[in-house]
Design a protein around this ligand. Structure first.
Ligand SMILES: Cc1cc2nc3c(=O)[nH]c(=O)nc-3n(C[C@H](O)[C@H](O)[C@H](O)COP(=O)(O)OP(=O)(O)OC[C@H]3O[C@@H](n4cnc5c(N)ncnc54)[C@H](O)[C@@H]3O)c2cc1C
Ligand code: FES
Length: 277
């Protein structure tokens, strides 16, 4: 069993992000060994110290430096509400970085990151990592409206090319983030790889477009976790070869070509199912 080891983490900084969509940046002070283990795509599970909230909750690591891990948390329910209202100096329990990270191919120099709303959280860490290794990074951000676009400042700081599209008529670019991906595919000259995180229909559409173009694609899958250690089978995904995997231990990063894309909708309540707040 992949046992969870909890450590005390001290709240260093919490700030609501500007858009009014209820997304907060949460920075925690943690043992330095945690920070060196953190790779893009990995997550930590949070628990309250007094166990007032019984189920541990997973959050993607959106940054890691010195003795700090950063997270972007959207307030959607009792646990996230608790965590985004912590104060500087408060202590919670978090696990060491967990899960399988994104595979980065040395031979690929251009990555396109496709994010739906809060799905940007793990891609922020990935973008910084890729830029550090001199890769070109194009970020495609989509959401229902402009308030749902998450992470622009981070991606800009890291020197990514950013394109934004929303479904409501607030910007010249109206439509789905897959429209932007289609445009990118027309411009492609060099070998490129795609990483996506967001709602299930969006990731499925991205994966199918990549399959058609024979472009490699990784998905960061999110589902409701109960045990987070591969025991309850609440987070099972189906693979092309008819086997199953657990998002909490075998994921959250998966290759699109290994997943049974037709079964993805059966993964319980993914990112895009959040109600608009
Ligand atoms: C690997 C992984 C990484 C994640 N990373 C992040 C992150 O970086 N930032 C972030 O804000 N959230 C992230 N999530 C989702 C986060 O764990 C949930 O939002 C959180 O557990 C909700 O807890 P709650 O008690 O506040 O709300 P609940 O009362 O549990 O849920 C409130 C509402 O949100 C829905 N919901 C709950 N969990 C999820 C989920 N995982 N996906 C979609 N809908 C959900 C419920 O169906 C319900 O409608 C991640 C989930 C996973 C599995
Ligand atoms: S959450 Fe229980 S097996 Fe993954």
């Amino acid at each position: 069993m992949n046992k969870i080891v909890d450590f005390d983490a001290k709240v260093f900084f919490i700030k609501e992000q500007g858009s009014g969509y209820g997304v907060y940046q949460v920075i925690l002070e943690v043992p330095e060994s945690f920070v060196s283990q953190a790779k893009p795509g990995m997550f930590s599970v949070f628990a309250t110290r007094d166990k007032t909230h019984l189920l541990r909750r997973p959050f993607s690591i959106s940054g890691a430096s010195y003795n700090r891990l950063a997270f972007l948390i959207k307030n959607v329910g009792p646990n996230t509400d608790y965590y985004v209202h912590l104060k500087h100096g408060d202590i919670i329990n978090i696990s060491n970085p967990r899960g399988q990270s994104i595979y980065i191919d040395n031979k690929i120099n251009h990555y396109i990151l496709v994010a739906g709303s809060i799905g940007a959280a793990p891609l922020i860490f990935l973008a910084k990592y890729l830029r550090k290794f001199g890769k070109r990074v194009t970020v495609l951000l989509g959401g229902r409206n402009i308030s749902q676009i998450v992470g622009v400042n981070f991606f800009r700081t890291y020197g990514c090319e950013i394109k934004i599209i929303v479904e409501e008529h607030e910007l010249p670019n109206v439509g789905l983030v897959t429209n932007l991906l289609k445009e990118e595919f027309e411009l492609l000259k060099k070998k490129t790889s795609i990483v996506t995180c967001g709602s299930m229909p969006m990731m499925k559409a991205v994966a199918e477009m990549c399959k058609q173009k024979q472009i490699t694609c990784q998905l960061i899958l999110e589902s409701v976790f109960a045990c987070s250690i591969g025991v309850c089978s609440g987070c099972v995904v189906f693979m092309q070869d008819k086997t199953t995997r657990h998002i909490c231990v075998d994921g959250p990063a998966f290759w699109a070509h290994e997943l049974d894309l037709n079964q993805l909708n059966s993964v319980p309540r993914l990112c895009g199912s959040f109600k608009n707040k």
